[in-house]
Design a protein around this ligand. Structure first.
Ligand SMILES: *[C@@H]1O[C@H](CO)[C@@H](O)[C@H](O)[C@H]1NC(C)=O
Length: 173
């Protein structure tokens, strides 16, 4: 998973087909089951092909280009979790993943995650359907085959900075 993590999400690879026995994995898959019930027709489609559906619209700071955000995510392919920030570490679940919005051109975060989180507000939870060109492309990676559409379930935990690395006062988060 080095390539996947280095290029893209920076999270813990769960491994497709591995159920995972701990409580976290169980609650993650329950969440996934609930998420799966939203029909694709309910999603909003952006011009870049990305689709999203807000399960919860947040009420905190908005993630805009340049924001440094922390999220929890579950990444799925065909409904199977292949990577998540929620693995391990008890009930609260895992280590949040941080990145700067608008930076995916540099290849340090999955484009679909970057573009999908933009516009969310802290406290929000969003389902994102990511077309292959904003995910792992024509080649795929590891278990993810060529031209695969993937799904993300993202919670925006905090927005702490903006203007590409210029620290600003932390208002919340
Ligand atoms: C993936 O899509 C591209 C064009 O979008 C196509 O040329 C290629 O053959 C596809 N690859 C597979 C394995 O389907």
């Amino acid at each position: 998973w080095y390539y996947l993590c280095g290029l893209c999400l920076g999270g813990v690879a769960v491994g497709i087909g591995v159920a995972g026995g701990d409580a976290d994995a169980v609650s993650t898959s329950r969440r996934a089951l609930r998420s799966a019930k939203i029909p694709e027709s309910e999603f909003t489609t952006l011009p870049n092909g990305l689709k999203y559906y807000d399960i919860t619209v947040g009420s905190g700071l908005k993630a805009v280009k340049g924001s440094r955000v922390a999220v929890h995510y579950v990444a799925k392919w065909k409904g199977i979790t292949f990577m998540t920030s929620r693995q391990g570490l008890g009930v609260g679940g895992g280590t949040p993943y941080g990145f700067d919005i608008g930076n995916s051109e540099r290849g340090n975060v999955l484009k679909g995650l970057d573009l999908g989180v933009e516009g969310m507000k802290v406290g929000g939870q969003r389902l994102i359907i990511v077309p292959p060109e904003l995910a792992y492309g024509k080649k795929g990676v590891q278990e993810i085959p060529p031209n695969a559409t993937i799904e993300l379930d993202v919670e925006l935990l905090s927005v702490k900075q903006n203007s590409y690395g210029t620290p600003v006062k932390i208002i919340e988060g």
